[in-house]
Design a protein around this ligand. Structure first.
Ligand SMILES: C[S@@+](CC[C@H](N)C(=O)[O-])C[C@H]1O[C@@H](n2cnc3c(N)ncnc32)[C@H](O)[C@@H]1O
Length: 395
């Protein structure tokens, strides 16, 4: 338990504070404005953000990206959220958040982590993600939005500066060949060469551009909650099964394992059955163009050591039984050959558009299967991996 004197001394050593957080006993983290924001910041935006959150957060996990000193993470915890993780690119803010956590005695986690480091494989998904006051700081805006999409299970709440509405040109349609494309204004903020900023500003989208960006990222519904003082608050939802019609990424698959052994003998023939769902916008053609089959959609597999070191990227392929429309599923069998060396491996399944791209490149989640190849005295002399496909289709 820290004394009042110790708390005040630590507060001083952790200045400057952007977040005003009530530490009890008449002490708040902040007494002066850092860059013109109100001294009680972020109490005003919190009035809107709290309307976007369920009153009771029990049973919900929450990720706060660009958490700063953790104001929103602490509020989420006070509303009963389960696992709360606040991440920020700047170590100083994580130190502040960790200090406030100690004083308040709340059970939540803070980590120094950049938005570009968010990784669904390592962190899993969170029911609710907050990206408040963040996205105009992002040089790699689209990459960051894809990361935010991937680590979000249900809802992403965005609060951001936008292009001044009265100066933003309207979105418009423009011909592209036979088609019309929709163009949206996105302002680039020029950072002065001699700027001495902790974090720069990069892009200010119009509200329509922001909605289009979020649709392109894959969110099923985007609701604009407030546009005020050149800032906007939006709620972005993913549907539970990702099947709702709307603007989705073109290459998007949902893969689940129906059958496949967790362990095997060296060089044993391995038979896996996967259910694959086309959760994107476009039809998946079973046949491609020309002799190379360019554009055909196949189920593919990579083989990796347990530490993710790549062994064979083109470890196996299986065809679709027939073209797969958006929303349709197929059950596909794929035959692989276990590695010769005993050890721990990962077989990673992904869909591929031949000679175009792996779906992972479009932020589609892969399916990773852990495989243990056991020690064995006798080795089989079997031919290398064969391609074999079975399948049936359902809609
Ligand atoms: C304007 S403050 C907003 C803080 C808080 N979310 C709020 O709304 O009051 C922006 C925060 O985002 C953090 N940030 C900026 N770029 C980041 C990045 N690439 N990854 C993670 N955090 C970042 C900054 O360190 C800072 O704490």
């Amino acid at each position: 338990m820290m004394t009042r004197k110790e708390i005040l001394a630590e507060l001083k050593s952790l200045e400057p504070w952007f977040h005003s957080i009530d530490l009890g006993g008449g002490i708040t983290t902040k007494t002066v404005s850092v860059m013109g924001e109100p001294v009680d910041h972020p109490h005003e935006p919190w009035q809107v953000i709290q309307q976007c959150l369920p009153r009771d957060l029990h049973g919900k996990s929450l990720l706060d990206v660009g958490c700063n000193a953790g104001f929103y993470s602490f509020e989420a915890k006070r509303r009963g959220a389960g696992h709360v993780l606040g991440v920020d690119g700047q170590r100083h803010h994580i130190r502040q958040a960790v200090f406030v956590r100690k004083v308040l005695g709340l059970d939540l986690e803070f980590r120094r982590m950049n938005v570009y480091e968010l990784d669904q494989r390592r962190m899993g998904q969170f029911d609710i993600t907050l990206a408040l006051g963040l996205i105009y700081h992002l040089k790699h805006l689209v990459l960051a939005l894809e990361n935010l999409y991937n680590v979000t299970r249900e809802t992403l709440i965005i609060e951001t500066a936008i292009m001044p509405p009265e100066r933003a040109p309207a979105s418009f349609s423009h011909p592209l060949g036979e088609d019309q494309m929709r163009l949206h204004p996105l302002a680039l903020v020029e950072n002065p060469r001699d700027a001495k900023e902790q974090v720069f500003n990069w892009f200010l989208p119009s509200v329509e551009a922001l909605q289009a960006l979020l649709r392109n990222t894959g969110f099923d519904s985007i609701e604009v909650i407030e546009v005020k003082n050149e800032r906007a608050v939006l709620i972005c939802q993913k549907t539970a099964d990702g099947s709702e019609q709307g603007a989705r990424l073109h290459y998007l698959a949902a893969l689940s394992l129906e059958a496949g052994a967790p362990s095997c003998q060296p060089e044993e023939e391995l038979s896996f059955t996967l259910r694959v769902k086309n959760s994107g916008l476009t039809r998946w053609p079973a046949q491609g163009e020309g002799p190379s089959d360019k554009g055909a959609i196949h189920l593919g597999a990579h083989l990796m050591h347990a530490n993710d070191e790549e062994i064979s990227w083109d470890y196996g392929r299986a065809n679709l039984p027939q073209d797969l429309e958006p929303g349709a599923e197929a059950v596909i069998g794929i035959i692989l050959r276990a590695p010769r060396e005993p050890g721990r491996y990962i077989v990673e399944f992904d869909m591929v558009s031949e000679y175009v791209a792996w779906f992972e490149d479009f932020s589609s989640a892969t399916l990773r299967h852990e495989l243990v190849v056991k020690e064995q005295g006798v080795r089989y002399a079997l031919p290398p991996s064969t391609r074999k496909t079975t399948g049936k289709i359902s809609c």
